[in-house]
Ligand binder design. Structure first.
Ligand code: SF4
Length: 348
């Protein structure tokens, strides 16, 4: 028997005590979050979609606004896409909003699945989200394995494997997660694991002294939890994008992708120099009005916005929006921020 197998088996042999310690901690210390206060299938689905790639603190106000505007699958299914995107504005990764909209239409047209396999057939639902919905909303014994859970399990077992990426690490820990799952309270168990990863077993400086499962943890015993999980380092790629700021008669030039586009359909953005038909060359050498560098997945993108004269020829997707009406269109978060900043600093 390898060391890895014996550590896992030792943990599984003590699973009852592990579950009890975890659940007692969760029920006493969990954060009061709106989707936990009055749980419903719809609220669970909405919160799980919003929480993909977004922090809890950012999601809470969006969730509250969303539930007030679109309180159920039927209202969401009947809403126009422009309203859905507007409510999502600023959360990013807009494909989530479009998938959630399509999911609501499918649920209204058919039946609400109760099993994870049924949820996985619906738009935007992967294995993790399906397990979360099935366990939290329907009490099904499905184990969730996200980045938080991978971190905890790899520390509990001092997993020495170097995983190619998070998805492979999740697959490698799936059997252990299933073995530890409390089938009598799968929703609470899964939420407890995620809560532990988010609030105690942090990526840096885990608070092992406060951890309810410390006595089961091989990495805490060895004093090296931050070494786990072991994931191959991602290479980052730098890119630069030139955008243009064109105003005419109190209107601002924006670019919007048509419905059905794979990326950012219906979302308004400042056009790139190419979309505006201006070529790069720093957008006709107009003055720079804003610049920002940010990380998106494995890219480090620097976006420079230059003031430019309006394009001479019509280009697909370009629209003139009255500056007074900018609040009424759906705009991605960074573009809303840049637009506000540029308009705010403009001389009166
Ligand atoms: S003891 Fe420390 S490393 Fe182990 S699970 Fe708890 S917080 Fe994480």
């Amino acid at each position: 028997m390898t060391r890895k197998t014996s550590v896992r088996q030792g943990l599984l042999a003590r699973r009852e005590r592990f579950r009890r310690a975890l659940l007692a901690w969760y029920r006493a210390s969990r954060r009061r979050l709106p989707w936990r206060e009055s749980p419903s299938a719809y609220g669970t689905v909405v919160s799980e979609f919003m929480l993909q790639q977004t922090q809890v603190a950012t999601v809470v106000p969006y969730y509250l606004r969303w539930m007030e505007a679109l309180p159920g699958f039927a209202q969401l299914a009947a809403a126009p896409e422009s309203r859905v995107l507007k409510l999502w504005e600023g959360l990013g990764y807009y494909r989530r909003a479009r998938n959630l909209h399509r999911l609501a239409k499918a649920v209204v047209a058919g039946a609400t699945p109760r099993e994870a396999e049924g949820w996985e057939q619906l738009p935007g639902v992967g294995p993790y989200t399906a397990a979360a919905i099935a366990s939290i909303a329907f009490g099904r014994p499905e184990a969730c394995v996200d980045g938080n859970v991978v971190r905890i399990l790899s520390r509990l077992t001092r997993d020495g494997v170097l995983h190619a990426d998070g998805a492979r690490a999740a697959r490698s820990h799936a059997a252990l997660a299933r073995g530890l799952l409390d089938a009598a309270a799968p929703g609470d168990h899964n939420q407890a694991m995620m809560e532990l990863g988010a609030t105690v077993c942090a990526r840096r400086a885990p608070r092992c002294a406060q951890c309810p499962v410390r006595r089961f943890c091989a990495a805490a015993a060895a004093g090296d939890p931050e070494r786990y999980p072991r994931l191959k380092r991602k290479t980052t790629e730098s890119r630069s994008v030139v955008r243009v700021w064109c105003e005419r008669d109190g209107r601002l030039l924006l670019h919007v992708n048509p419905p059905g586009s794979r990326r950012l359909a219906g979302i308004h953005e400042l056009p790139t120099a190419e979309q505006a038909g201006l070529g790069d060359a720093r957008a006709g050498a107009g003055p720079l009005v804003a610049r920002e560098t940010r990380g998106i997945t494995r890219y480090r993108i620097t976006e420079s916005i230059h003031r430019a004269r309006p394009p001479l020829r019509a280009m697909p997707g370009l629209v003139w929006v009255p500056i007074a009406d900018l609040d009424s269109v759906a705009m991605s978060g960074p573009h809303r921020r840049w637009t506000g900043r540029i308009l705010g600093v403009r001389p009166a």
